[in-house]
Design a protein around this ligand. Structure first.
Ligand code: DGL
Length: 287
């Protein structure tokens, strides 16, 4: 079976006696990764999970590659200290700008969202639109991944700088959000796309808005679904699937725990207990 993480090392070196029981680490800048977490609950209910939201430093999507790389390394160092058995970068921006580099640096399987999303898109259509953060769109990561799988499709990408702040502020139902979405989707609809990819893990939280603006025949791809399928296959491949009852999910953020709990409740259906990371090294740097 093909390995999605390309991992070839031996996890038994640093995990305890039963690596299967170790949690999966999931991270994003904020609540976007909860769309991946929800898929984990659906598809892999036996797995224990540690969720990290770098809320002190969001949005990631307007940052430089150097910033993203620094943040991702700090998060992966921390994840390793938590003894996770695998990491899902539930963040397209990190997957686009840092995944290839950090995979070489860490002795742990790491999955990103872009390849699973790109594969799913090419199975659905020939005229593919991608909405993403400005950094992901500029990186052309989706375009490259899609064209590598099938050079005969056409791909258009739009950077959507306002989406993440609107979602983090819980402004999904605000008419302004619909207007912003209309302006981002218009150039893609003009190209007569048959498939639309949520190129940011925050965007499935806007599904009612996006669906109301996109013709019903356009297929919408949520890479969260597909990264979790890849994760399941990878766990089987590495002999790491947990068969014991899972531990409760740990939620940890770099910013305000109460704020994360408040916005997380509507996406999780329960109020998460949120810890804040005591990270002297987290600089709440200004852009
Ligand atoms: N949800 C992340 C992504 O998929 C990060 C968005 C952001 O913080 O700008 O790119």
């Amino acid at each position: 079976m093909y390995s999605s993480s390309g991992f070839e090392g031996n996890l038994y070196n640093f995990l305890d006696q039963e690596p299967q029981r170790a949690p999966i680490g999931v991270f994003d800048s904020g609540v976007g990764g909860l769309t991946v977490l929800r898929q984990l609950y659906r598809q892999l209910p036996h797995e224990s999970i540690i969720y990290f939201g770098d809320t002190a430093r969001l949005p990631y999507g307007i940052r430089s590659q150097a910033d993203i790389l620094q943040f991702v390394r700090e998060i992966l160092d921390w994840m390793q200290q938590q003894r996770v058995k695998m990491v899902i970068m539930a963040c397209n921006t990190s997957s686009a700008l840092a995944l290839e580099i950090v995979r070489e640096e860490y002795k742990i399987p790491i999955l990103g969202v872009i390849l699973p999303g790109a594969k799913a898109a090419t199975q659905q259509g020939k005229r593919i639109g991608v909405i993403a953060t400005p950094a992901t769109a500029k990186s052309n990561a989706y375009k490259h991944a899609i064209l590598e799988i099938n050079p005969d499709v056409e791909v258009w990408q739009v950077g959507c700088p306002e989406f993440v702040p609107l979602i983090e502020q819980n402004r999904i139902d605000d008419p302004y959000t619909t207007e912003v979405a209309r302006s981002y989707l218009e150039p893609l609809l003009q190209q007569d796309i048959d498939t639309l990819v949520y190129g940011c893990t925050h965007y499935p939280l806007l599904a009612p808005v996006v669906r109301s603006l996109v013709p019903s025949q356009v297929k919408i791809i949520d890479p969260a679904v597909h990264v979790v399928t890849a994760c399941s296959q990878e766990l089987d491949l590495l002999g790491l699937s947990n068969t014991h009852p899972p531990l409760p999910t740990r939620f940890v953020v770099s910013g305000c725990p109460q704020q994360f709990a408040q916005s997380g409740v509507q996406w999780l259906g329960c109020t998460p207990m949120v810890e804040s990371v005591n990270w002297a090294s987290v600089p709440v740097s200004q852009l």
